[in-house]
Design a protein around this ligand. Structure first.
Ligand SMILES: [Zn+2]
Length: 197
């Protein structure tokens, strides 16, 4: 396929290239040049369009897809407090397969809008992370899932810097391993410094 007359934000410095042609074959960008001549391949006129690198959404809550935009008139605590918020209630009372269905819908929507990578702050402990991995299987999107344990401190505890109980600390290690196990070796190496909280 050839994309004709397309402008590009190219490379690490997002250099602007105005109106050029792009050759795509075997699902990959092969060549960028205004000299690419149309052959028998499919040609798409992209006049007025801009080609950009895949976007990274560094803070998602994919697992909550079913409960987005709930109770818009309520204060944040009533909506998303991890203990008594409405969102939490909806998530607890929804079948896992329904949660997966809505997560996959969100992934489709992200890909359509150009998001190719995301970092998720997953709730629901180990089960939450595993459920998301299931939802993401066979999808081309890249992910880093940061698991969250079901333990929350009060403002006072945070001020006093109270340590997390040992039993929860063990869970953190498990989540860290699980959330990274499906990544490529290079991705794992580059993300090894990320602590799961
Ligand atoms: Zn958040």
């Amino acid at each position: 396929m050839i994309l004709q007359n397309i402008s590009i934000l190219y490379g690490n410095n997002l250099k602007f290239i105005e109106k050029t042609n792009v050759l795509i074959s075997n699902g990959k960008f092969q060549k960028i040049s205004s000299k690419i001549k149309p052959t028998k391949q499919k040609v798409v006129n992209c006049n007025g369009l801009l080609l950009i690198p895949g976007l990274i959404n560094s803070h998602t809550h994919l697992g909550d897809s079913i409960a987005k935009d709930i109770a818009l008139d309520k204060d944040p605590d009533a909506k998303i407090n991890p203990i008594f918020g409405i969102k939490q209630k909806i998530l607890k009372e929804t079948e896992p397969r329904e949660l997966i269905h809505y997560m996959r819908k969100t992934v489709k929507s992200m890909l359509k809008k150009g998001t190719t990578t995301f970092v998720d702050f997953r709730e629901g402990g180990l089960d939450g992370v595993l459920l998301m991995q299931k939802a993401l299987s066979n999808t081309p999107i890249r992910s880093i899932i940061l698991g969250r344990i079901e333990y929350y401190q009060s403002k006072e505890q945070i001020k006093r810097n109270t340590p997390i109980p040992q039993s929860y600390q063990n869970q953190i290690d498990i989540l860290n391993i699980i959330s990274q196990k499906n990544r490529s070796k290079e991705t794992r190496q580059s993300h090894n410094h990320i602590k799961t909280r």
